[in-house]
Design a protein. Structure first.
Length: 213
């Protein structure tokens, strides 16, 4: 199981150093939340910031695009240094085309669904995916509480992936902490995203290790 600390809770005054510290804490991925103020009611950062911090660490940049019309920007994020690019199923009408574009850029392809979107909506895209991201809070802000119904969705997604026979990572994002990590992993998650749980811990290594159940 992998841990992907979310930058949303980091100290943005020292963004590059924070990325390096996450790598040194032993996390496998760094989760970069990109918000446009349209798909979600919050704004975070764009490709310029991704490019600026890329030299600070070789850790996998797990880029979560919460933006409308992502096809317009995936190339910029790829060039900026994103390794894995996840878009939202609800963010555009050309999901397949966007996923194919990410693939053509040589990057890992991720697809995410919000809490109210059914798991079955993912099915047509399975052959294209390297990762599925199940949102366990409404996207937009860190520090929210885990929605309990997410556990059943994770299990349903894990079964779907198994049935497909494909090697697809199952990432979960929102309200993950040491208190529910076991439940989420037992349901089938292979990558845990955690913002506040990691960055508000005594130190980053303690925060990351506490999630390894
Ligand atoms: C929410 C973001 C998450 C968020 C998680 O829209 O996608 O990655 O930062 O933060 P926590 O772990 O604090 O819920
Ligand atoms: Zn996220």
């Amino acid at each position: 199981m992998k841990v992907s600390p979310s930058i949303l809770s980091c100290d943005f005054a020292h963004f590059g150093d924070q990325i390096r510290a996450v790598e040194e804490a032993g996390a496998e991925y760094i989760h970069i939340d990109v918000m446009d103020g349209v798909f979600v009611p919050n704004i975070s950062l764009g490709p310029v910031m991704v490019k600026a911090v890329r030299p600070y660490a070789s850790i996998v940049f797990d880029t979560h695009l919460m933006i409308v019309n992502p096809i317009k920007y995936v190339e910029e994020f790829a060039k900026a240094g994103a390794d894995l690019i996840t878009i939202h199923l609800e963010s555009c009408d050309n999901v397949e085309e966007t996923l194919l574009k990410i693939k053509s850029l040589g990057k890992k392809v991720g697809l995410s669904i919000k809490p109210k979107t059914p798991v079955s909506a993912l099915e047509p895209y399975l052959p294209l995916l390297d990762l599925i991201l199940i949102m366990s809070v409404e996207p937009g802000f860190g520090g929210q509480a885990y929605i309990p119904e997410s556990t059943a969705k994770i299990a349903e997604t894990a079964a779907l992936i198994k049935k497909s026979g494909r090697d697809i990572e199952l990432e979960v994002d929102g309200g993950i902490s040491a208190a529910n990590a076991k439940e989420v992993v037992d349901a089938g998650a292979t990558v845990l995203v955690a913002g506040s749980a990691v960055f508000k811990a005594k130190d980053l290594k303690t925060g990351v290790d506490a999630l390894r159940v």
